[in-house]
Design a protein around this ligand. Structure first.
Ligand code: AMP
Length: 293
């Protein structure tokens, strides 16, 4: 496994593979890696000859400077986890796993401010887009840069950030990028809580409380079978808000592609509920989602 810190080194490493016809997988991350990230890396290693994993806490997607400051940064243990995943996959495939870790500085990525504006409404204006102005513009800035450095055959993103995939799908279409977007299912703790780097900021008590989010979403699938969409939405919000230490910021039940809010279960074939909840004393902002159809 090679760790590089500059764009030139990343390009040089990948060029060597590309010139011999190898496929390239890209897994963009902000580090503090856990089993959710590992699932993306594992899949990329299985499906490609070489995998580039970027580890970069991208400042332009944080609209809250405090959130940026407290975001965990753990490069050494991240590399250990990646090396373990690489060994596991190598044993399964019976050949070497090639990983290039790209861990650049902020100056390397943004030697000058990125003034590009991306706009893909409604995917980037609803939900997270409304509550975190500029967030998806920052996501598009960094992801488009990573795409141009790595020129991946396939790029892997987790459905935990459901809206992010919808926005990036629009960007890939818009820029006519020649790559395959690969959404990967949410990895959860045994009790159901979606794995997140932010979970490490919860106290043990808050961690117990946080499970109420996924438990409520799971139960809502059953509830939805005998209730209207509006009733289900209200039930999820009320049930989570009744748990001490949790406060729903929004819950929207949307069309899974356009992310447009729905009013009836029959309005779309692909229906997803997306939630953001504040948890605990900091508080920590947790997101999750559930598929109804
Ligand atoms: P992040 O480091 O939070 O920016 O996440 C990097 C990638 O890992 C994104 O595509 C996330 O959606 C994905 N990811 C994060 N947590 C999970 C999870 N629990 N299950 C699946 N993918 C995840």
């Amino acid at each position: 496994m090679n760790v590089v810190h500059t764009i030139n080194d990343l390009k040089a490493q990948l060029a060597a593979f590309r010139s011999s016809g190898c496929s390239i997988g890209l897994v963009p991350t902000m580090g503090a890696l856990h089993a959710g990230h590992a699932s993306l890396v594992r899949r990329s290693l299985m499906e490609n000859d070489v995998t580039a994993v970027s580890i970069f806490v991208n400042p332009t997607q944080f609209n809250d400077k405090n959130d940026l400051a407290k975001y965990p940064r753990t490069l050494e243990s991240d590399c250990q986890l990646l090396s373990t995943v690489a060994d596991e996959v190598a044993a399964t495939k019976g050949c070497e796993s090639n990983i290039v870790v790209f861990a650049p500085s902020v100056d390397e990525i943004y030697p000058e401010p990125d003034t590009r504006q991306f706009s893909y409404p409604p995917t980037d204006t609803v939900m997270e887009g409304g509550f975190r102005p500029g967030h998806f513009n920052g996501v598009c800035q960094i992801v488009s840069k990573l795409f141009s450095y790595a020129e991946p055959t396939r790029a892997y993103f987790g459905e935990k950030d459901y809206q992010q995939i919808a926005v990036i799908r629009r960007m890939v279409d818009d820029l006519k990028l020649n790559l395959q977007l690969c959404p990967c299912p949410i990895v959860r703790e045994a009790d159901g809580l979606a794995l997140s780097s932010r979970n490490t900021l919860l106290t043990p008590d808050e961690r117990q409380t946080a499970v109420g989010i996924s438990q409520t979403l799971f139960k809502s699938v059953e509830y939805a079978k005998s209730h209207s969409l509006a009733e289900t939405k209200q039930w999820v919000v009320d049930t989570i808000n009744a748990i001490e230490g949790l406060e729903v910021q929004y819950y929207e039940i949307v069309d899974g592609l356009s992310l447009q809010s729905l009013t009836d279960w029959t309005d779309a074939d692909n229906i997803v509920g997306c939630i953001t909840v504040f948890c605990g004393h900091l508080p920590v902002r947790l997101i999750d989602n559930i598929r109804y159809k």
